[in-house]
Design a protein around this ligand. Sequence first.
Ligand code: AMP
Length: 218
Amino acid sequence: MTALTIALSKGRIFDETLPLLAALGMDPAGDIDRLLRVPSRNKDVSLLIVRASDVPTYVEYGAADLGVVGKDVLMEHGGSALYEPLDLGIAQCRLSVAAKKDGPRPDGVRRLRVATKYPEITRRHFAAKGEQVEIIKLYGSMELAPLVGLADLIVDLVATGSTLKANGLVEIETICQVTSRLVVNKAAMKMKNAAIQTLIAQIAERVQAGKTRPGKGK
Ligand code: AMP
């Protein structure tokens, strides 16, 4: 069979992709705490453990044939260099604008400061609304920025809303819904077409079965 490499990140995406990989006999067969390139139970498939924001880069340059990545990361990266054949429906959340309960709101007059690790998405979002904002790039703990006066607003992922609430912030606008996507390197899609199409079909079948299982999804 054709050798395939799949890039994915630790954390929520990894945890939620694992059952899918296990169902296809591709779960890790090595020490996932230490190894960054992990063999899977299928000898033709290996897994690369990379930072979430690096998954599109690994796949774009062909270091991995496929990847699992959040739509947020894809939108920020600019996804046109990759194929995105499948919405896996996992790691569901939304990308939102949040502010202090009693803090300033965009009013088309004041130039507010927005802290985010998604400067591109944020720039496009506010530009489309004709709002002038100053963007402050952060790498984490965005919720802190409005509390200490670093920013008026944040753009961050929200799942249950409890992190915002715990920090006295409120969601003022949803930019988009986010789920994890399967992405494929364009050259690999041609060179390894049969193997990749088979894998996509197998994953799609699992995703569909998950959705139609009673009590799951829509
Ligand atoms: P929550 O308190 O459930 O709204 O979760 C919000 C926190 O979890 C924020 O710090 C987010 O950055 C992070 N978060 C939520 N969903 C995801 C996801 N799908 N992937 C990565 N981080 C997430």
